[in-house]
Write a protein that binds this ligand. Structure first.
Ligand code: B12
Length: 214
């Protein structure tokens, strides 16, 4: 498996080339490449580079949207292989995932969902822009063991603390493990708001869930 294909995929994301991204991702897994590396070596760096271009005025919102579409096509292309790898493992815990209110970024959360499923966990994905009260209601309803919150905007990070505060106030804090992630979030923030864990990427989100449910 040549490194060149990972570069090709990263470039396809940056060139907003949806079919090229899908084809490159498919080729990597067909040639025996690691689908998790597809995310860490190609998709995420490609999107981050687009984010830099956006921040410095070299790219605009329509381009970000097209880059996101290319990234999503690449994720879709590796999804069968990821799920196939996990198919034999039984689900041993249920994880509820949501992107918090005010935030519509979901590529990272969706990758976390995919890797958790592939590792044998049951995932209930509520989607994006979710009110804290709706998340907590859903956690009760599906009896989740873990609540995983994603925030990609610095402005939506405070929603995570509000959700943990409500759990504490309602006497339900011990009922759930709360884990957080998203580009602007870090371990210090997780400690500060009283979360049970932080995952910098999807692979480490899986490790975290394993540890918390062991
Ligand atoms: C793609 C993108 C978009 C797409 C989103 C499409 C989609 N379906 O998600 C679109 C075009 C819609 C968009 C919109 C906006 N965006 Co935007 N976007 C991005 C971009 C380029 C990539 C984000 C991404 O998908 N990264 C790749 C994934 C794989 O990484 P990730 O999200 O970090 O996820 C990984 C980890 O963090 C972790 N993780 C994620 N969630 C969780 C959850 C748990 C529980 C755990 C354990 C781990 C975990 O695992 C993931 C996989 O490894 C970023 C740039 C960047 N550097 O991130 C800007 C960026 C986030 N956007 C930005 C902005 C400003 C916006 C807008 C406000 C722009 C506007 N003027 O309208 C809107 C906001 C809309 C809203 N209300 O949410 C800024 C945010 C700046 C800030 N200070 O907050 C960024 C940083 C760009 C920039 N450099 O300025 N955006």
């Amino acid at each position: 498996m040549s490194d060149q294909l990972y570069e090709e995929l990263k470039r396809a994301v940056m060139e907003l080339d949806t079919s090229g991204a899908s084809a490159a991702a498919k080729k990597i897994v067909e040639e025996g490449g690691d689908p998790v590396a597809v995310i860490s070596r190609s998709i995420r760096p490609g999107l981050e580079a687009m984010g830099e271009k956006y921040a410095t005025g070299q790219a605009f919102l329509p381009e970000l949207m097209l880059a996101a579409q290319a990234a999503e096509a690449a994720v879709a292309a590796i999804e069968p292989e990821l799920l196939r790898r996990g198919a034999a493992r039984p689900a041993n815990a249920r994880v509820l995932l949501a992107t918090v209110k005010g935030d519509i970024h979901d590529i990272g959360k969706n990758i976390v969902a995919l890797l958790l499923k592939s590792a044998g966990f049951e995932v209930v994905d509520m989607g994006v822009d979710k009110e804290g009260s709706a998340i907590l209601q859903k956690a009760e309803e599906v009896r989740s063991d873990i609540i995983g919150l994603s925030a990609v905007l610095t402005t939506t990070m405070p929603r995570m603390k509000e959700i943990i505060d409500v759990l504490v106030e309602s006497g339900k804090r011990e009922k759930y493990k709360v884990i957080i992630g998203g580009a602007p979030v870090n371990q210090a923030f997780a400690d500060q708001i009283g979360a049970d864990g932080y995952g910098p990427d999807a692979a480490r989100a899986v490790e975290l869930v394993r540890k918390l449910t062991a």
